[in-house]
Design a protein around this ligand. Structure first.
Ligand code: ARG
Length: 471
């Protein structure tokens, strides 16, 4: 890196920064990815400067032409980024001015402080929209897997102990619900990202008669009703990174959801469960054990959560002690934000792809779901229908379970006499011939018809609702 002096030091400084200072303070190595939005912002700003008479029409045209040329070169990978020019903003402006002398007017009433806030907001808007698309695709993959296996029952678990039977689709739709809340949070966050800070200057606006509304409109900073969204305090506008924190928080919760889904898939893919088989292309091998097929995509998805939560904590920590207004500390926001956005987009996409390439082992699921102990609560409900207080019913069924365990048979193999024997006082009154019918799994599933319950009709209804909503 040559110790060249960027325009920001012109006049005031005796020379360029020390080489190690230039290296320590540069951000071009990571903020260059904001280039497209930086150029869009510059074109809008220049258009407005021409409107208020700071630029002539000719100057504006030359600058726009120059910026379009630079756009093409960057897109083609031909642009020469110069680390000694610190960041994306100065690289583009300096190169423009070298080609078009009027470029020297571009920074009128603009600071890198409001410029970087603008670029990040524009970049993040696009990122959120793209992430929402990936999430919807993952939701569709979950719904499809549920539909393809709509008759498959598995045990539902609490404490990772078998609890009650559920449709596999019901389990998968639980994640669709979580992901929908993630989408809502991201959209909500989008509305606060989508506010234009341009015109805030370094911290105190400008004495020139800028047209903030015009720039905001040109850059699409309008709400759903078409109302222009402008920041209302210049000091807040240049130092605010809440929008980045909010995105990282929403993304962290999304990461937690994907991590939980991963954990379920990893368990289900184990020999012990064998509920699913992930296609070879979405698994990896072991360098030593030839028989291994590992669910590394799911494990990495689970692992990404660490860095995404870390990025959120890093941003909060970065902001907590900052005096008003812009401080260079804020340059540290970018890598955390970029890292979270990248991690979540790839993870969400890979999870969807993996699910599209996953098969359900119906026999293993059926074997697990046919455990009659899963219907012990149904037997208690049967007793409640016969008039027993639930606490009493719970106790009686507990005794039935203990008896079955002692007799070494599954619950549904007990005889009516055995059922009745657990409670000599009321046993014969409460256990009738229908008692053993409780263990008919299909009938049991048909009975679970509350809204949100894993019943046959209800799950079909929910699958159809999601199919419709996601189409
Ligand atoms: N690279 C800087 C950042 O990312 C741009 C703003 C610099 N502003 C300044 N006054 N030094 O925050």
């Amino acid at each position: 890196m040559k110790p060249i002096s960027p325009v920001s030091r012109s006049g005031r400084f005796a020379g360029g920064p020390a080489v190690e200072v230039a290296q320590f303070t540069e951000s071009i190595s990571f903020d260059r990815r904001l280039w497209r939005h930086d150029i869009q912002g510059s074109i809008a700003h220049a258009t407005m400067l021409a409107k208020i008479g700071v630029l002539t029409k000719k100057e504006l045209l030359a600058m726009v032409r120059g910026l379009n040329q630079i756009t093409k070169e960057i897109a083609a990978g031909k642009f020469k980024w110069k680390p000694e020019l610190e960041d994306v903003h100065m690289n583009i402006e300096t190169e423009l001015t070298r080609r078009v002398p009027a470029g020297a007017k571009l920074h009128t009433a603009r600071s890198r402080n409001d410029q970087v806030a603008l670029d990040m907001r524009m970049w993040l808007r696009d990122e959120i929209v793209a992430l929402l698309g990936e999430i919807a695709d993952l939701q569709r993959a979950l719904v499809s897997l549920g539909e393809k296996n709509s008759d498959v029952l598995i045990p539902g678990y609490t404490h990772l102990q078998r609890a009650q039977p559920v449709y596999l689709a019901h389990h998968l739709l639980a994640y669709v619900e979580m992901l929908e809340r993630d989408c809502e949070r991201l959209w909500d966050c989008h509305s606060r990202v989508n506010v234009c800070p341009f015109g805030s200057g370094a911290l105190a606006g400008s004495t020139l008669p800028l047209k903030r509304e015009l720039v905001a409109k040109l850059l699409g900073f309008v709400d759903a009703k078409g109302k222009v969204q402008l920041t209302q305090n210049s000091m807040d506008a240049v130092s605010d990174r809440d929008f980045a924190v909010e995105f990282c928080a929403a993304a962290a919760l999304l990461a937690v959801h994907l991590s939980r889904l991963s954990e379920d898939l990893i368990l289900w893919a184990s020999t012990e469960f064998s509920f699913i088989k992930i296609a070879d292309a979405y698994t990896t091998g072991s360098s030593m054990m030839p028989q291994k097929k590992n669910p590394d995509v799911a494990e990495l998805a689970r692992g990404k959560t660490g860095r995404v939560i870390g990025n959120l904590v890093a941003l909060l920590t970065l902001l907590k002690g900052l005096p008003m207004t812009y401080n260079r500390d804020l340059q540290e926001d970018k890598e955390r934000l970029f890292d979270t956005a990248d991690a979540m987009r790839t993870t969400t996409r890979l999870m969807a792809a993996m699910l599209k390439n996953t098969k359900v082992n119906k026999a293993a699921c059926a074997a697990a779901a046919s455990d009659p102990a899963l219907l012990a609560t149904d037997l208690a409900d049967y007793l409640v229908r016969k008039g027993l207080p639930f606490r009493r019913a719970h106790h009686v069924v507990g005794a039935v379970v203990a008896l079955a365990e002692k007799a070494g048979k599954p619950l549904n193999r007990l005889t009516l006499a055995e059922l009745q024997s657990v409670d000599p006082v009321t046993g014969t009154e409460v256990f009738g011939r229908g008692a053993l019918g409780v263990f008919d799994l299909q009938r049991a599933m048909a009975k679970r018809n509350l809204t949100g319950a894993p019943g046959t009709k209800e799950v079909a209804k929910q699958l159809a609702r999601w199919r419709e909503q996601l189409s």
